[in-house]
Design a protein around this ligand. Structure first.
Ligand code: GLU
Length: 293
């Protein structure tokens, strides 16, 4: 029997949970509970230079303090390189992935020469220079060949389309420093773990087309997606460690849950404990976001 619903929360241990990341954790937990499904936690620690020692355990204890307990022991992406390697090999064998020898300045120069030097979120759109071979340059990164726009549907945002070739270009699967790219690791793990539903913040929605494209190239199923509203600070910036978001105060998990619930547009509940608050939040979530199309 195939599983009806398995969700996950996939934090990067670059800093403790803050109000914004608790919203994603809570939303994915509530959605799993509403659907009688499982909720797993995966520690996304592939970008090792950005990870902070001990923060993985801190995040797990913050979740536990809020009453958010995973149904299976968490996984760490840093221990799963062989899976990513196997997926990359399959993509290379099928002609979907290729080595790239370009440095950032090579890419910038090629874009300037073709009059297309318009970075997107600070990222340069890769012009496909190494698609037809390295021309003697040493291989640095591995990239996925992107040829078509991707249409997908989000439970909250509705139908979406992204022209990946024009907006991102052939994107990196394995970085020049040898680290696995988020896109590859997340796609391999969601499929390997049998994740049916991805519930995460809207700041990640922009990655979804790339992830769906990779799923298709690897012959993997596409989960359902629900991207929750962005949590902004008083200056209208996305809450993140970089924008100075405070770590959650573990002394008052109920207050943290109430605040996360407010950001998810849940009503206020008369609850004295986290457990009681969560019990009331489940039916409220069903009313707001419960339908899986
Ligand atoms: N690890 C990613 C982050 O913390 C989230 C990945 C995901 O939910 O797909 O931003």
């Amino acid at each position: 029997m195939s599983l009806r619903y398995r969700g996950r929360f996939a934090p990067s241990p670059t800093g403790p949970l803050h109000a914004g990341s608790l919203v994603a954790a809570l939303a994915s937990w509530l959605d799993a509970r509403v659907h009688g499904g499982e909720w797993w936690v995966r520690i996304e620690d592939v970008d090792t230079p950005r990870c902070v020692a001990g923060v993985d355990q801190l995040i797990l204890s913050q979740l536990a303090a809020c009453g958010l307990h995973p149904d299976e022991p968490p996984l760490w992406q840093s221990q799963r390189s062989p899976l990513y390697e196997a997926a990359l090999d399959r993509l290379v064998d099928a002609g979907h992935a290729y080595p790239c020898g370009c440095t950032r300045s090579d890419i910038a120069q090629a874009l300037t020469a073709s009059g297309h030097n318009k970075p997107r979120h600070g990222e340069l759109v890769y012009p496909g220079t190494c698609r037809s071979g390295l021309r003697g340059k040493p291989a640095r990164a591995m990239r996925l060949r992107c040829d078509e726009p991707i249409h997908w549907s989000d439970r909250r945002l509705g139908p979406q389309v992204q022209n990946v070739p024009d907006t991102v270009g052939d994107y990196v699967l394995k970085r020049a420093d040898g680290l696995w790219a988020y896109q590859l690791a997340v796609v391999v793990d969601d499929a390997d773990q049998g994740i049916t539903d991805v519930v995460r913040g809207e700041d990640l929605a922009d990655n979804t087309a790339r992830q769906i494209q990779l799923q298709r190239r690897l012959g993997l199923p596409t989960p359902r997606y629900l991207h929750t509203p962005l949590v902004l600070n008083d200056l209208g910036e996305k809450l993140s460690k970089q924008s100075g978001a405070q770590a959650l105060d573990l002394h008052d998990p109920l207050a943290a849950l109430r605040e996360a619930g407010r950001m998810l547009m849940l009503p206020t509940f008369d609850a004295q404990t986290s457990a009681n608050w969560l019990a009331q939040a489940v039916p409220a979530w069903r009313t707001l976001w419960g339908t899986v199309p």
